[in-house]
Structures are given as structure tokens and as C-alpha cells.
Write a protein that binds this ligand. Structure first.
Ligand code: SAH
Length: 402
């Protein structure tokens, strides 16, 4: 049995509950614990031991959630301190070294479980870091984390955006955005695949930009040259700017319910030297817009559907599937025969099979055959742990619809 000088209070598992941890899974549900650790504050560190007393892993504990323990290391010799955080962050930065900063200087620097640091997300916008802390365990490491991040990422400023609803599950309050180090301007200019975007890290949705779509935006370009493109749920114009840059003849309609997002989309066109005049920017509910467009007999060559998550929990799955069906039905009805559809889902509880099933139902209903062209998940800076498919959320399909 491995012994070590490094010890934390013990959390004991029920018999045979160590299997998934040994395969690299990072969650322990409360039902797997034989004996919840005593006298541990929410987020305190624990050593997880098998029912026979063997060390299995080390992590942090929160009695308030179903996911009672999140694992930080399987190595008995690894203390959870600033050096530990530094190793994880360096490893994450090494992966992001694939980006040429002259082309792409915005990426997810830390993707929680996917980078071996459960409970924290860090998005980089040029020299600004935007951090979301989701768990009590990470709150306890907060100041150490901020110091190490600032050093390792050579950042100018770090903004904490602890306003995600998921904090409630951990018994944490939502907070106003706050600068935790350096200084953070109201607007940051970033490059993604050589294309420029303004990002508002303070009030933008999530951390400011949906960088998980970078590769899908690039993939879209080959389909849109000279075409009439409809970008539904456009936010600040990610897909729209890429499309409009492919040729002067490409015409893009961007639709979003958020007025600030549509205004930012216009600014992002101008920023990239695109004349906004031929293009349409509409503040509208996509469902209403599509119904009206269909009624008016409008047809597009390419339709992008990138809605917000329709389901956050298992219990919302049924309703969400209905919404995806309706959305894809409406989207296809304004797509000309042999047009291109990019359809996405960022609901964690909706799998790739669900999205494929939805499309095939819609295809049958409308008698519009669908050819599957490309399928994607997150971009590469959003790695997921192989044995934790439940932490993957994004699915995207490029199709041609007859
Ligand atoms: N495709 C975008 C990200 C979309 S995020 C990108 O690449 O950056 C989802 C967007 O949907 C948000 O901007 C939100 O304002 C918008 N939204 C949510 N519900 C909507 C609705 N019913 N109609 C129109 N837009 C909606």
C-alpha cells in the first residue's frame, strides 16, 4: 500500500466504488461514500480511500452537492498547493501553444475537468483572463489560483465572472464581476483565425465570446461564398463576420434577441472592414422571425442555428427536444433545396444521437432528405476527459438538405 508524508482528512468509499476513479473519472457522488468526512468545511481537501483503506485519489469535498468530491490528483505524493496549480496550468498552456498568437489570441485556457482542475474555467482574451469559479473547493484556492494564473499566463488583468447559476448547486452566491488582479478594460480587442472581434468581458454573455465555436466558424466559410446566409442566434456576429469576409457577394442576415449583441455584431463587421449596409441585423426572437420569413416565402442558401442551451437538467430534456425539433423544422423551411444547414446544441443533456434523431424526424416530416457532411464537438481548447462524456456539451452538424 502506498504511503506518503502528505495527508488530508479521509473520505471512505463503499466497497468497489473506486473502479471509475481508477479509470480517471473525477467525480464521487455522495451515495458512494461509506463515511462522509467529518469536520471538513465545504470545499476542504480530502484523501479518498477504498473500503479496505487504500489511497485512491485526492480532491475536495462539499456536503451540499450530489457530486460530493471532485478529484484533483490520483498521485499520493502530490500535495494540493501552488506548485500543483502551476503544473496543471502549465500543462494547459502547453496545449494552447498550438495557436499562433498573431492569428488567434483568444482561447479557453482552462477547461475545468477537461484540464484536470474541476470547478474552474479560464478564458483568455488577448492579455485579459476571465475566470469563472463554480465550486466551493475552487473558491478556497481562489487567491492561489489567481496569483499563479497571472504569472504563468503573463496577463495584464484578471476578471472574476462568478455569475453562473451553477454556483447555487454548490451553495455559493452569485457575485458581480470583479477585477481580481491588474486592470481590465471595458472592451478587449481579440483575434480569432486572423479575424478581429470586440469582447465585453464585463457584461458579455458567459465570459464574453463563444470561443467554443472557433472551428465551426472556420468550417462554415467554404459553404458561403457569394451565398445568402441566415445566422440565427448570432450574438456578436461570430459566424456572420466569417461569412461576410468570404466574398463581397455574400449577404448575411444576423438575428438575435439581444439588442447589445446585435449592436456589437455591427461593430464587429466594421472592425473587419466590412460595409454593414448590404447586410441585415435584426433584433428578434428567432422562432418568430423564422415563422414570419417562411410566411413571406424567404429562402436562404445557408442557415446557421446556434441556440442557447434549451435544457440544463435531465428533467428538461423532453421539452428541450421539442424545441430543437421546432427550431430545425423552421430553419429548414427557409432553406432552399440543396441548401446548407449548420445546426448546433450546447445542452449537456442532449447527446449527438439526440441531435441526429431530431434532424431525421424533421427530415421525414418535411420530406427533405438530409446529407450529413461534417460533425463537430468543441474546439480543441475545450478538451474533455475521455471517461467523462457527461462534461461534453457542444454538438454541431453541417448538412445539405434536399
Ligand atoms: N452563435 C453565437 C453564439 C450564440 S449564443 C456565436 O458564435 O457567438 C446564443 C444567443 O442566442 C445569445 O446571443 C442570446 O442572446 C440569443 N437568444 C437566446 N434566445 C433567443 C431567441 N429566442 N431568439 C433570438 N435569440 C436568442
Amino acid at each position: 500500500m502506498p504511503t506518503s508524508a502528505i495527508h488530508y482528512p479521509t473520505a471512505s468509499l463503499k466497497p468497489h466504488r473506486e473502479e471509475s476513479l481508477l479509470s480517471g473519472h473525477l467525480w464521487i457522488f455522495s451515495g458512494a461514500l461509506q463515511q462522509p468526512p467529518h469536520w471538513i468545511p465545504a470545499g476542504g481537501l480530502v484523501d479518498v480511500k477504498s473500503s479496505t483503506g487504500q489511497f485512491v485519489a485526492r480532491g475536495y469535498y462539499n456536503p451540499q452537492t450530489d457530486i460530493a468530491i471532485r478529484i484533483l490528483t490520483h498521485n499520493v505524493e502530490e500535495a494540493i498547493d501552488a506548485s500543483f496549480l502551476r503544473r496543471r496550468i502549465r500543462s494547459a498552456l502547453e496545449l494552447r501553444g498550438i495557436f499562433d498568437p498573431s492569428q488567434t489570441n483568444t482561447y479557453r485556457l482552462l477547461n475545468s475537468e477537461g484540464d484536470g482542475l474541476p470547478g474552474v474555467i479560464v478564458d483568455r482574451y488577448a492579455d485579459i483572463l476571465v475566470v469563472q469559479i463554480h465550486t466551493a473547493g475552487m473558491v478556497r484556492m481562489r487567491s492561489m489560483l489567481i496569483d499563479v494564473l497571472m504569472e504563468e499566463a503573463a496577463a495584464r488583468g484578471l476578471l472574476l465572472r462568478n455569475d453562473s447559476q451553477s454556483r447555487h448547486r454548490e451553495g455559493l452566491e452569485l457575485e458581480e464581476p470583479v477585477v481580481a488582479a491588474g486592470d481590465v478594460p471595458a472592451q478587449v480587442l481579440v483575434r480569432e483565425n486572423g479575424i478581429q472581434f470586440f469582447v465585453d468581458p464585463w457584461q458579455g454573455q458567459k465570459t464574453g465570446l463563444f470561443i467554443d465555436q472557433r472551428d465551426k466558424r472556420a468550417a462554415l466559410c467554404k459553404y458561403v461564398r457569394g451565398k445568402r446566409v441566415l445566422n440565427c442566434f448570432s450574438y456578436t456576429g461570430g459566424f456572420s463576420v466569417y461569412a461576410a469576409l468570404t466574398s463581397k457577394e455574400t449577404n448575411v442576415t444576423s438575428v438575435d434577441i439581444s439588442a447589445p449583441a446585435i449592436e456589437a455584431a455591427r461593430q464587429n463587421f466594421t472592425l473587419n472592414g466590412i460595409d454593414v449596409n448590404p447586410h441585415q441585423f435584426l433584433i428578434a426572437d428567432v422562432f418568430d422571425y423564422l415563422e414570419q420569413a417562411q410566411h413571406n416565402g424567404e429562402l436562404f442558401d445557408v442557415v446557421v442555428l446556434d441556440p442557447p442551451a434549451f435544457a440544463k437538467t435531465q428533467s428538461a430534456r423532453g421539452q428541450a427536444l421539442k424545441a430543437y425539433r421546432r427550431l430545425n423544422m423552421l430553419g429548414i423551411q427557409v432553406l432552399r433545396p440543396d441548401g446548407i444547414l449548420l445546426t448546433c446544441s450546447c445542452s449537456g443533456v442532449i447527446g449527438m444521437d439526440d441531435l441526429l434523431g431530431t434532424l431525421s424526424q424533421v427530415s421525414q416530416r418535411l420530406r427533405r432528405p438530409v446529407q450529413l457532411l461534417e460533425s463537430y464537438t468543441h474546439s480543441v481548447d475545450h478538451p474533455t476527459n475521455l471517461v467523462m462524456p457527461e462534461t461534453a456539451y457542444l454538438k454541431a452538424l453541417f448538412c445539405r438538405v434536399g
